[in-house]
Design a protein around this ligand. Sequence first.
Ligand SMILES: Nc1ncnc2c1ncn2[C@@H]1O[C@H](COP(=O)(O)OP(=O)(O)OP(=O)(O)O)[C@@H](O)[C@H]1O
Length: 261
Amino acid sequence: MSRASDGGARPGKPDAPLLSLRGVRKTFGTGAGQHVVLDGIDLDVAEHQCVVLVGSSGSGKSTLLRAVDLLEEIDDGQILLDGEDVANPWVDANAVRARLALVFQQYNLFPHLRVLDNLTLAPRVVHRRPRPSAEADAHAILEKVGLTHRARAYPDQLSGGEQQRAAIARALVGGPELLLLDEVTSALDPALAGEVLDLLLALRAEGTTMLVATHEMRFARQVADEIVFLHEGRIHERGTPTQVLDHPQRDATREFLRRLG
Ligand SMILES: Nc1ncnc2c1ncn2[C@@H]1O[C@H](COP(=O)(O)OP(=O)(O)OP(=O)(O)O)[C@@H](O)[C@H]1O
């Protein structure tokens, strides 16, 4: 979980945003089949801030989130975490990922493990935490996401919304500094999506730092400090929800919003 709100100042790093992307470029394919998916992305996420990525399918939102989690190697540019460039082969990717938590559209749970064990697996196996203390932490997080009563259930016994809340709970184990959320409600019907979005709004209210990709403009409006509109791998427009959603300056943004209705 993010640290309690303190106005964004961090000891020793008062000015650096928690996350900065500078000139990030990513291509897929080679030769004639090569295409640029991220084309010089500059982006900052300060501690306790929520930045929301919006844009058409294929505009590069997932690739950007995966690049931050070091799941995609970038071709050029910098990904700075607390001012340190982590997009380098000599950086310990697992140590970086331990500071981040990425939740995907599909549920991220291990189907053969109960919800509680999904949450305690990494602390017990990777961090060698004793089971009782790992379970105590897991219960506290399950309470926060409203799933105390589902701790002993297997993932396939949960609704889609409960599964996604359990996946978010698992992402919160270990207290990540930055939550990366990729279309976490896309696979859910509106009622179940609503319960997940309510949870994210509650986390936001606590000061959790987030970088979020979503197609849910109502949610984006509620949660975002800044909305970043990606189009063909570039940032076409950015600003407050009012600026981008109510007063878009670029044709591509207007067209995107018009298609969403
Ligand atoms: N591993 C890959 N190999 C080749 N092309 C890829 C790969 N991953 C993504 N792409 C391409 O990169 C582009 C951006 O994809 P990405 O998933 O980042 O977009 P997106 O904005 O998240 O889309 P959506 O809203 O549909 O999730 C797309 O054209 C996609 O086909």
